[in-house]
Design a protein. Structure first.
Length: 112
């Protein structure tokens, strides 16, 4: 390798701290998207989710929702009190509080 080419390569290895930080953030975001993504469900599975949500709303059935958050997956146990189709949200009452959740972030749902 010629000396000129070697010097050019050495100069390109240097990074500004801002660029290094942006690269780290990009790598973390990419890793998060690979590890924590909402799976694609079949129509049958989506119908089952809707059925459980409806039963919880009508009959007070306790359910466990698995939700995707900024920090990974979180399980919430409670009863659906309200569904808002227009905004894509549901209101779930747990033993401690009422939580408003985005329907699109629901990863799993089961009866408890």
């Amino acid at each position: 390798m010629s000396k000129k080419l070697l010097n050019q390569f050495l100069c390109s290895r240097m990074m500004l701290p801002e660029h290094r930080e942006k690269l780290k953030l990009h790598q973390k975001k990419k890793e998060y998207e690979e590890n924590y993504r909402i799976p694609q469900y079949s129509d049958q599975q989506l119908e089952e989710f809707q059925f459980l949500l409806d039963r919880s709303l009508k009959f007070g059935l306790r359910i466990e929702l698995t939700i995707l958050t900024d920090h990974g997956f979180t399980n919430i146990k409670g009863v659906v009190k309200k569904t808002e189709a227009a905004s894509g949200q549901i209101l779930v009452t747990t033993r401690e509080e009422e939580i408003r959740l985005e329907i699109k972030n629901i990863v799993g749902l089961k009866e408890i």
